[in-house]
Design a protein. Structure first.
Lengths: 340, 366
């Protein structure tokens, strides 16, 4: 496809086909704050755009003009807004527009307007299917882009069609396969498994929780020092109201110093996969988790919890020294309140 | 380990960077146009929090800036607010006083919040503020789910716009511009399993402003998190302090100067600011300083007013030990409105509608 070579286009003020539009210069009072030194091309295009907005014209050339401005300034809110209105007024083929957006979205992944415009278009076409593939492709460019993930969540929840949801777990798994520390993917998994993605037939929540536990344990075994996986584990336990102590057998080996080299695991336990070789142990998140278990148990266990917090404060996680000391103080407060 | 002292905070250099941006921006910054008032706020806020405003600017400059900001106050069917800049305003279409705006030149809620604070930094008397119109504008921006759109006819609606509505209502000392209950419900619906808040319901927990916006808004409405939720949120925020001392915006991402404010201020709002390792945070920010002034998001990058202001604000709120020298001492900051206490008191004193009866009573009392 031949793309218009914008650089070579003459200014709108020199194009005879625009001679009937009265360009309107930008108003500025005497001393604007942070004036921007516009390029001639930008000043020219926006002069004509203000003229068009004033006259209310909605025509194919408006689409060309707004595209030109958007390419120079993808954050130009009004150009996007007016472009959308014009597309609607002209009943323009929206698939063409989406194709143009495919290109602009990848170029300007962090511009809010790009995604907002896309939402408006897809609400019109009501054809969300191809969007999931488009999103998957743009996530290859930027795997943690907030707008892109939000857009995926919106597509799924807005159209809420079983067919759309059907491959979501596979998708998340492939994203985590390539980067097990991608928090956006973990978050998306929570969204799919515990929030909007819950489908008819998923009613056996116990089975779902068992599946998720196995999944997250396996990922922790691969990379124990991964806050995203531990946060997911905590999140799902809280959600399912499962006490942390049920995970004690699994978590304990992660909270201990490195086992001596050559020590084979005594029993291979599928419920409690062991840390992979060469893992850096003890794992801070596991020590924290064990301390939480002991704190919840109360009584003499508080001594153990305090020892664990101390080891975090003074040795394993010193940047959060104040936090771990605060945990010790708080637990003592709770204890004395309980004793009283 | 021996304590190593911090490099100085070069307040003068950062003020110069911001002053320079206020005087003009290169064409490559054209995307600032739809958020110009926010940029102005970051520049003015940097000058204010570092105590450099009077030193670096002249009376006539500050008067002109006030005029420019007031020229962004526009009125229409949906009420009155401030637009980002005059980038969609045509010459010769301007009348004196609050202008009638077209659909494509309408006020925006985040810009309105930053305009009010900027005017307070400049110690304006707010005699030109259309307070009734502003309340009407807030009402037109609120959606049925309690969230706020950035402008009456649409635009983004997320926790940032919600926070701005709460801050504007606080500054006006008038909450009749919104349905508080549904707005609070919207905030709760953005909470995530990690303990932070996403930009909108079901979004990933994000330190970039949204968690701060949620917590500050709740506090402005004098609401407390329940103790378990508070613990979880504190845990997540503290976990975001990276080994290099800076804060991350999301789990497992890299530290960035702006999150030192967003996460640090969030902790402060929860009365847990002391859990931050302030010395390590200051050390990270010290290395984000650009040698010719301004603060960048990470060491070695180019600075901008957004990261400059938020870094300074983070230091003002959570300063390192005073033994680090006076360069690190900044003006104390109000974490809820995000301005120095002097500015926020000015805003709270001058933005509400004058109460004639109360004044009379007050005089009698004195």
């Amino acid at each position: 496809m031949d793309l218009p070579a914008e650089e070579e286009q003459p200014l709108y003020s020199q194009r005879p086909e625009w001679a009937d539009v009265v360009p309107l210069e930008q108003y500025e009072s005497v001393a604007p704050l942070a004036p921007i030194f516009y390029t001639d091309e930008y000043r020219d295009a926006t002069n004509y755009f203000r003229g068009i907005v004033k006259s209310g014209e909605m025509s194919p050339r408006v689409l060309e003009l707004t595209e030109n401005i958007i390419r120079q300034n993808p954050g130009h809110y009004s150009a996007w807004q007016y472009r959308y209105k014009t597309l609607m007024a002209l009943k323009s083929p929206l698939d063409d527009e989406l194709q143009l957006m495919d290109e602009l979205a990848i170029k300007h992944l962090k511009t809010y307007q790009v995604w907002h415009h896309r939402r408006l278009l897809v609400q019109q076409t009501r054809n969300p299917g191809p969007e999931l593939e488009f999103i998957a492709n743009s996530l290859q460019v930027d795997t943690k882009n907030y707008h892109t993930w939000s857009y995926r969540q919106w597509i799924l929840a807005y159209f809420n069609d079983d067919a759309l949801w059907s491959h979501e777990l596979d998708f998340v798994e492939s994203m985590l396969e390539s980067d097990v520390r991608n928090n956006s993917a973990w978050h998306h998994r929570f969204f799919v498994v515990f929030q909007s993605g819950v489908r008819n037939g998923d009613e056996d929540r116990d089975a779902v929780v068992r599946r998720e536990l196995a999944f997250v344990k396996e990922r922790i075994a691969i990379a124990p020092n991964n806050a995203s996986a531990w946060n997911y584990l905590r999140g799902m336990l809280d959600h399912a109201k499962i006490p942390y102590c049920e995970l004690q057998a699994f978590v304990l080996p992660y909270s201990l110093p490195q086992p001596p080299l050559g020590t084979p695991p005594e029993v291979v336990d599928l419920e409690s996969p062991l840390p992979s070789k060469n893992s850096q142990l003890p794992c801070v998140a596991a020590v924290e988790f064990m301390a939480d278990i002991h704190e919840a148990a109360g009584g003499d266990d508080l001594v153990t919890a305090t020892e664990l917090w101390k080891s975090l404060a003074n040795e394993h996680d010193t940047i959060r020294k104040r936090y771990w000391e605060y945990r010790i103080t708080e637990s003592l407060k709770t204890k004395s309140a309980g004793d009283g | 380990m021996l304590p190593t002292s911090l490099p100085p905070l070069s307040k003068g250099g950062h003020a110069t960077h911001c002053k320079r941006c206020l005087s003009g921006l290169p064409s490559s910054q054209v995307d600032i146009d739809p958020a110009k008032l926010a940029l102005s706020f970051y520049c003015l806020g940097s000058l204010d929090v570092s105590g450099e405003l009077e030193k670096k600017t002249r009376d006539w400059e500050r008067e002109q800036w006030k005029e420019w900001i007031w020229s962004q106050q526009t009125s229409g069917h949906y009420g009155t607010g401030f637009r980002a800049s005059s980038y969609m305003t045509a010459k010769h279409s301007v009348r004196i006083g609050p202008q009638e705006h077209s659909v494509h030149d309408s006020p925006q809620i985040i810009m309105t919040y930053t305009a009010l604070l900027s005017l307070a930094i400049l110690r304006d008397n707010f005699s030109r503020l259309d307070r009734k119109g502003l309340l009407k504008f807030l009402r037109s921006c609120q959606n049925t789910d309690g969230s706020f759109s950035s402008e009456p006819l649409g635009g983004d609606s997320d926790l940032r716009t919600t926070f701005c509505a709460f801050a504007i209502s606080t500054m006006l000392d008038d909450w009749s511009g919104m349905d508080v209950a549904s707005a609070l419900q919207f905030i709760c619906s953005c909470r995530t399993y990690e303990g932070g808040y996403g930009q909108s319901p079901f979004g990933e927990a994000l330190g970039s402003g949204t968690t701060y916006c949620a917590l500050a808004a709740l506090r402005l409405a004098t609401k407390q998190l329940d103790p378990l939720d508070r613990q979880k949120t504190i845990r997540w925020l503290v976990q975001n302090q990276a080994p290099n001392g800076g804060f991350r915006g999301r789990t497992n991402k890299d530290a960035d100067a702006c999150y030192c404010f967003w996460c640090g201020a969030s902790l402060h709002v929860l009365d847990a600011g002391d859990l931050v390792d302030k010395a390590e945070m200051a050390s990270f920010l010290a290395f984000c300083q650009f040698k010719f002034g301004g603060i960048a998001k990470i060491p070695g990058e180019h600075p901008d007013p957004y990261h400059t202001y938020l870094s300074l604000a983070a230091v003002a709120l959570l300063p390192p030990d005073s033994s680090e020298g006076t360069s690190w001492a900044l003006c104390p900051l109000d974490p809820l409105l995000n301005a120095t206490y002097q500015t926020s008191s000015w805003a709270r004193a001058h933005i509400p509608a004058p109460k004639v009866d109360d004044d009379a009573l007050g005089d009698a009392g004195i």
